[in-house]
Design a protein around this ligand. Structure first.
Ligand code: MN
Length: 565
């Protein structure tokens, strides 16, 4: 059993009391694989400890299944460990009862979404719990395996991603993948077996070359290494690329970890000087981080042997934040003050809590049960998201302030274009209605309907704006075509002689026709010139008269006209 990590915690910490309590409470229980049940509690506690969650959360992690599985009640927890830990354990017990998607009760789903927002620690401990359950999934009966894997892929991995916990999200997806898509998983494993090893080897060959080049330019990276793309994210990407491996350039990517942001860009310059960058593949997630906070530079280059390689460049701080998300962020705040590089355990004697714990408690105190809690969340880690539901209970996350139109465009651009009305929780609402987390949204469409220009000032999401503009522009193009040409171009070919251009302009002037633009070109043998004059649209009669007059000018060999846009 994983007890070593407990040694790192001060003896007087409540964590040890919780371990003793859990050991006793679960003493008659075993897991499916025959291990004592408390081994699961220890693993969950250990993960939370490694995520720097703090004493209260680690204690709650050790106790998370006590109420659910044993004769002890939440009052016993409260009596022995206090209100805060009991609050977390209660939240975890509630989450345990939540089922998705077999549970058709929408209200339950809303409660779920709100419950995790009340105190993110509940959700994060739940993620640690789910991680261990997924790692030991092989021991469960088949039916439970499938349910667990589905929930993990549909709820927990996306939530981890939203919290910026990239590594966890990727691992959860990978653990669920073989159970959710067994055939595809087997296929992918077979297809990539040789590829992975070979590309990894190639990337390793590149590491010393780029390291040397960086050092030559005065950049001493903390790390240069390679990482293989995770199976499930590879699978998802392949779905978008017709299952064609040759289109996936980041199967193995090179990763450069630098000390400063300036060095990130400097390193990028060195990489681009060394190897030709692939057009349109450069992404600056430092200047424009992803919605979940991910920061890095990505580029794709033609590397040695003309092979295509993706390179990711980031600082160590970005790297930790990308991997650990929310936990790393708050741990950093703490480290800044403690001078130590790694966030160390904060024992009971240390009154200073991890900054994020108090931050979360603030949210909880101020916003529990209040719809406004989202207002606060938007400035924090859920940043600007609201979670709404389709009538089929699919969760759609949107920017705060998003309207039914944003929702419609997220479902499909056609649904957006043809949207004429919306129902929220069964009631008809105006299209500019602001959606809230937990809302069930239904869109009313009408075939052939086009979006209105006024929508541009209503919608909040970039995607919706883009679709609306596209639809409006398509409409304008059609209108212009119907409106016909915008100008006439007269062309006269002439013997090149002085004064010809003046005669042409006087001809137009005498016919009271304005020239919009005029140009002349002399051909290479200097014998002939072509004069082109543009006018507005003229009646056919006038055009013919002009053509006759132009022809009469001395030296004219040929005249013609055409309508232009
Ligand atoms: Mn558990």
């Amino acid at each position: 059993m994983a007890t070593e990590w407990l040694q790192e915690i001060p003896k007087e910490s409540i964590v040890h009391k919780a371990y003793a309590f859990a050991l006793d409470a679960h003493k008659n229980e075993t897991r499916m694989n025959g291990d004592p049940y408390v081994s699961h509690c220890l693993e969950v506690g250990k993960t939370c400890f490694e995520w720097h969650l703090g004493e209260i959360a680690v204690t709650a992690a050790l106790l998370h299944d006590v109420v659910e599985n044993t004769g002890f009640t939440i009052h016993d927890i409260k009596k022995n460990f206090g209100d805060e830990i009991a609050f977390l354990v209660e939240g975890l017990t509630k989450l345990e009862h939540f089922q998705y998607p077999s549970d058709p009760d929408v209200e339950n789903l809303r409660k779920f979404i709100i419950s995790f927002s009340e105190d993110l620690r509940v959700l994060i401990i739940k993620l640690a719990d789910r991680l261990h359950n997924m790692r030991t999934l092989e021991h469960l009966p088949k039916e439970r395996q499938e349910r667990f894997a589905w929930e993990t892929m549909e709820i927990y991995a996306p939530l981890a991603y939203r919290l910026g916990m990239q590594r966890l999200s990727g691992e959860l997806d990978d653990l669920a993948f073989p159970y959710v898509h067994p055939e595809e998983y087997k296929w992918l494993l077979k297809e990539t077996k040789g590829d992975y090893a070979e590309r990894q080897e190639y990337a390793q060959k590149v590491v010393p070359i780029i390291t040397r080049e960086l050092e030559k330019n005065g950049i001493y990276p903390i790390h240069v290494d390679s990482r293989a793309k995770r199976y499930f994210s590879l699978y998802r990407k392949l779905l978008r690329y017709d299952m064609d491996f040759s289109k996936i350039y980041d199967l193995v990517a090179l990763r450069i970890i630098t000390k400063t942001v300036t060095e990130c860009y400097a390193a990028l310059g060195v990489v681009h000087q060394l190897w030709q960058p692939f057009p349109n593949r450069f992404k600056d997630y430092i200047a424009r981080p992803k919605a979940n906070g991910y920061r890095s530079l990505h580029t794709t280059v033609f590397c040695i042997d003309s092979r295509i390689l993706e390179v990711q460049i980031r600082t160590e701080e970005m790297h930790e934040e990308n991997e650990l998300g929310i936990a790393a962020h708050w741990a950093y705040e703490q480290v800044k003050n403690s001078k130590k590089r790694k966030a160390k355990w904060k024992g009971v004697e240390d009154k200073k809590e991890l900054a994020w714990v108090s931050q979360l408690r603030n949210w909880q105190e101020n916003f529990t049960g209040e719809p406004e809690f989202l207002e606060d969340l938007k400035t924090n880690f859920f940043k600007d998201r609201v979670f709404v539901l389709t009538p089929e209970n699919d969760i759609i996350d949107l920017t705060v302030g998003a309207t039914p139109i944003d929702f419609a465009y997220r479902i499909h651009s056609d649904v957006g274009d043809q949207c004429v009305g919306a129902k929220v929780n069964g009631n008809i609402v105006p299209l500019e209605y602001e959606l809230h987390s937990g809302d069930v949204v239904e869109i009313v469409t009408q075939r052939g309907k086009k979006p209105s220009e006024s929508w541009l000032s209503i919608v909040k999401t970039v995607g919706a704006k883009k679709h609306i503009r596209n639809a409006l522009n398509a409409g304008r193009r059609i209108l212009r075509k119907k409106a016909g040409p915008a100008a006439i171009e007269f062309k006269a070919v002439t013997v090149d002689r002085p004064g010809y251009l003046k005669d042409v302009t006087s001809t137009f002037a005498n016919s009271k026709t304005n020239i919009i633009s005029l140009s002349s070109q002399v051909d290479s043998r200097m014998k002939f010139a072509t004069v082109t004059a543009r006018t507005g649209i003229l009646p056919q009669q006038k055009i013919e008269k002009l053509l006759v007059k132009l022809k009469k000018i001395t030296g004219t060999r040929e005249v013609s006209h055409r309508f232009v846009q």
